[in-house]
Design a protein around this ligand. Sequence first.
Ligand SMILES: Nc1ncnc2c1ncn2[C@@H]1O[C@H](COP(=O)(O)OP(=O)(O)OP(=O)(O)O)[C@@H](O)[C@H]1O
Length: 246
Amino acid sequence: MLKLEMVGHDFGRERTLEGIDLTVAPGESVCLVGPSGCGKTTLLRIAAGLVTPCEGRVSDDFRRSTVVFQEPRLLPWRRLLDNIALGLKAMGVPQQERLTRARALADELGLAERHDHYPHELSGGMQQRVALARALAVDADLLLLDEPFSALDVGLRSEAQTLLLGLLARRNIASLLVTHDLTEALRLGHRVVVMSPSPGCIVHEQRIERPFAERDTAFLYEAAGALLRQPAVAESFLFHQDEVSA
Ligand SMILES: Nc1ncnc2c1ncn2[C@@H]1O[C@H](COP(=O)(O)OP(=O)(O)OP(=O)(O)O)[C@@H](O)[C@H]1O
């Protein structure tokens, strides 16, 4: 279980996060959604242990958590398989085993024909799949994903979302995914957590009961509409502080 209790954070004089209580259970997919600048990335970085919060407690008893960033962050001089195997090398896994595991993951993520390609020879969607494979290679049981698909066009994004759902379900991996896209959160989350800015805090939480396979476009738009009818969510998404005061 990942557990954040009363987490608060400041950057200098700016109050970025306040009173954040958040949990992610084994196998659970939680989507953190909110407008730009509300502190989602900061919260994810705190969950990953990359930032120490000014206040509150973080406990994480997952075996291994890994972060997938918005940009794939591949090593340009390494071929696809070596990029996937990067974390395994750091863990001291022997080369043959590294490559065997990397090959299996590349194939599972639809990159079978690309083993020897360099990142610049891959499309944006493929590069993001390599980043996902690299995170899975180290046998993570919690993935922390920061807007992993936001740079992809609509078709590729939908494909990547389907792929991610399959991977998480097959391996029973938990995830905390940050997005500013309500429909993405509603498609990928067992639970959707909505943040509001200035300072960033959680204003609404909702469990999505419908099975993933039944979350079609009509459902997503209807559910997003229902969510936006919640006053706190509407205020967060539709009336930004700067618009109100303009
Ligand atoms: N390292 C930092 N130093 C100073 N201020 C920071 C730092 N990181 C983030 N901030 C500030 O904290 C606030 C929240 O930023 P954060 O990136 O967490 O928001 P976000 O919701 O992820 O935004 P976006 O959706 O645009 O990525 C912003 O006002 C940002 O300028």
